[in-house]
Design a protein around this ligand. Structure first.
Ligand code: 3H9
Length: 694
């Protein structure tokens, strides 16, 4: 037995055990690579050792290359060299995988002679999510086991495989509860048989090249400017057309090239930003939340039923409240329909389906919430109605039951005002569909206690959400920026563009959809209600565009009414002459000479408007750090992640240039568009937004 800092070896008779022990996630730092290479060499020559098992201590198998080293030049041995050492070891080595084997971790496992997985283990190559492709043979070994088409889908999406799915695809050899014992037995069997199967020696199964080209074209189109997916397509091509070593050399070079490029830097920024965004302030980090088992949801519409689905899928017991027996019935049908679809498509087993259904109860009796640890209100966006619910809840639930509102705009303090123990009230702003969208704004009102915030963050973690902690204020972070961004889009219409032109500019920037297409999809009536609510507070000197109000007055609420900014016909979005006429009328009323809009100007102004508004939200303490804004925009609003979010981009553009752009926008748009004081201060002090992240 040898002792190292991050990798140790043990002898169990004729089988050696190599254990990586590098908390928290066994990432392959240079120290781990060095020590693992030494351990593999030791297995190769140690007298009496006939085979080995590669395993990890702690909560997971190797989570990949060490991302913290990516900003420095790579040091030897490279991960690919360690994989080659596994290939070349004269004695069979079996990977014993628990937790997640991701990226370089899965590449290590693929370089072993066999793989045994714990039943709840997962494997995947998520490198494209970091703007990379696998760089240690993953793009070459995975197609040899799973086939080129499947490997391409997995690498381009970064999707993880469950143990069962990995087994079905032939990527792993066994699933075992007693992981190390099973891996040891398999290693011994391989040694007995004198068998040392290597993935690299297998041929890539024949593939229909036309089908592959079709999938590749779809992947490139979906990437919307992100480079890594295109590189993944190329790398799978190398697997089909080139000898293994030659293809691996190309893969390694391409992976490195991407690593030093701006897209991977931006995505790494988001990776770290996501892990900062859900942290309580330093003074509260020792606070623990309360255990949450039973959760109530008030309101079973699209949002409420989506929230119930998300909660039940994470294992919580849920009580869903609706106002009338008919509405209860409709909510139940909404929830059931989601799982029905999943079951039909094979994504949910029969047993899993039954279990989920059993976790939710439906009633119109609020008293059923008496035992809940958390209640989430998800009714209409109406302050008085929400206050009535909170008042009622306050008389029903325990005093330590956390009360959350799913409002997307309303000040949480207004709800806290009407309950007993207001420190337990906060906002949980889910995005629709709530069981699909990753983002969750966790909104603290002035009185919300640290324990309540910690409780909500723990629930968010269990839901697998990307939680961003922020303070309460009109629209929180995301919708506050969206209001500005919408105004820029509206101004563009009055100034000379049409909805499909503005949307095309945003799509060219990397958004999946433009603002007007999204507005039609979401429905124009909610924003209309917000505008009416805020009408009295509006600055009378600020420019106001009436087009959206006119559309709503005509009953054009978007896709659900067949018409909004577009005409919707058989699933198609079509420019509508009636809307063009309204837009031209709006320009004429203000005597604005309509001029064709350059896509670049639209893009720059949307970005500048977001950055300026975010700077104000930062000064007001609504957003805690600039990187939180990036997380919100990239995970909830379709901002192209490969750009790193608006604040990261602002740093790249440079703060003085950003200020210049905001000043130009102010000159064009007038009152309400003044540069944020913070932006001026930063430009004067030579600061970047990154300097404000903590
Ligand atoms: C790669 O492998 C490229 C190769 O092909 C290259 C070959 C040449 N490195 O997420 P958590 C930290 S690219 C360094 O909160 P969880 C993380 O920052 C890599 N650090 O835990 C955090 O630190 P802190 C491909 C890492 O239980 C702490 O660990 N792999 C790494 O919710 C806990 O993280 C990936 O993309 C890393 N690779 O989730 C996997 N990973 O406490 C990325 C995590 O200081 N990782 N940390 O904030 C994950 O997906 C999740 O972390 C994981 C655990 C599922 C593993």
């Amino acid at each position: 037995m040898t002792e190292h800092q991050t990798v140790r070896t043990e002898r169990h008779g004729d089988v050696a055990l190599i254990v990586i022990d590098h908390p928290p996630v066994n990432a392959m730092s240079v120290a781990v690579r060095r020590e693992l290479a030494a351990a593999i060499a030791w297995v190769g020559h140690e007298p009496g050792v006939r085979a080995a098992v590669l395993a990890c201590d702690g909560r997971t198998f190797v989570a990949g290359a060490d991302i913290r080293e990516f900003d420095a030049p790579p040091e030897q041995p490279h991960l690919g060299d360690v994989c080659t050492a596994l290939d070349d070891c004269p004695r069979p080595i079996v990977a014993a995988v628990h937790g997640t084997a991701l990226g370089g971790g899965f590449e290590l496992a693929l370089s072993c002679n066999a793989r045994v997985l714990a039943p709840d283990a997962r494997v995947g190559l998520p490198e494209t999510k970091l703007g990379l492709i696998p760089g240690a043979g993953g793009t070459q070994r995975l197609p040899r086991l799973a086939g080129a088409l499947t490997a391409l889908e997995l690498i381009a999406s970064g999707r993880q495989l469950s143990a069962d799915e990995a087994m079905k695809l032939g990527v792993v050899d066994e699933i075992a509860t007693d992981l190390r014992a099973a891996a040891t037995a398999l290693a011994r069997r391989l040694a007995d048989a004198g068998h040392r199967p290597r993935v690299r020696d297998r041929a890539v199964p024949a593939v229909d090249r036309t089908a592959l080209d079709t999938v590749a074209a779809a992947i490139r189109a979906k990437a919307r400017g992100s480079l890594a997916q295109g590189a993944a397509v190329e790398a799978i091509g190398w697997a089909l057309d080139m000898p293994f070593d030659e293809a691996c050399a190309l893969e390694r070079a391409r992976s490195r090239e991407l690593r030093v490029g701006p897209q991977s830097r931006a995505l790494r920024h988001l990776f770290h930003a996501e892990r900062m965004a859900n942290r309580l302030p330093a003074t509260e980090q020792n606070l623990h939340g309360w255990a949450v088992r039973q959760i109530g949801v008030v309101g079973g519409g699209t949002m409420g039923s989506g929230i119930a689905v998300a909660l039940a899928e994470a294992g919580f017991k849920v009580t869903l409240i609706e106002a009338s027996p008919e509405a209860v019935h409709a909510a139940e049908a909404r929830v059931a329909a989601v799982w029905e679809r999943q079951a039909k498509s094979g994504r949910l087993t029969h047993a899993g389906h039954r279990e989920r259904l059993g976790r939710v109860t439906y009633t119109n009796d609020m008293a059923a919430l008496a035992d809940c640890d958390l209640v989430i209100e998800a009714i209409v966006e109406d302050v008085a109605a929400k206050q009535a619910v909170f008042r009622q809840l306050s008389g029903i639930v325990r005093r330590d039951c956390v009360l959350a509102s799913n409002t997307s705009y309303i000040d949480i303090d207004l709800m806290a005002d009407v309950v007993d123990a207001p420190e337990r009230v906060l906002g949980l702003h889910f995005f629709s569909p709530a069981h699909v969208m990753r983002l969750l704004e966790v909104v603290r009102a002035p009185r919300t206690s640290g324990e309540v915030a910690a409780t909500a963050l723990a629930v968010a973690k269990r839901l697998g959400k990307t939680a961003v902690l922020c303070r309460s204020g009109e629209g929180f972070i995301g919708n506050r920026l969206l209001m500005r961004w919408r105004q820029v889009c509206d101004f563009a219409l009055e100034d000379g563009a049409l909805p499909h032109e503005v949307d095309a500019a945003m799509e060219a920037y990397g958004f999946a959809m433009g603002y007007f297409a999204v507005a039609d999809l979401a429905g124009l009536d909610i924003a209309w209600a917000v505008r009416k609510r805020l009408a009295a507070a509006r600055d009378p000197h600020a420019r106001y565009v009436k087009i959206a109000d006119w559309l709503c007055e005509l009953g054009r609420f978007g896709q659900k009414t067949g018409a909004g900014y577009y005409r919707h016909d058989a699933g198609k979005r079509l420019p509508d002459p009636e809307v063009t006429a309204l837009i031209e009328r709006a320009s004429a009323e203000k005597a604005i000479p309509r001029q064709p809009a350059a896509a670049e100007i639209i893009q720059q102004r949307i970005h500048a408007a977001m950055v300026n508004e975010a700077a104000r939200a930062l000064s007001e303490g609504i957003a805690h750090r600039p990187s939180d804004v990036d997380v919100v925009l990239a995970s909830g609003y379709g901002y192209p992640a490969w750009r790193g979010g608006p604040m990261h981009e602002a740093d790249i553009i440079g703060i003085p240039e950003m200020l210049h752009r905001v000043e130009a926008m102010h000159a064009a748009y007038g009152a309400g568009w003044e540069p944020a004081p913070l932006l001026r201060e930063m430009a004067a002090a030579g600061k970047r937004f990154a300097d404000l992240n903590f």
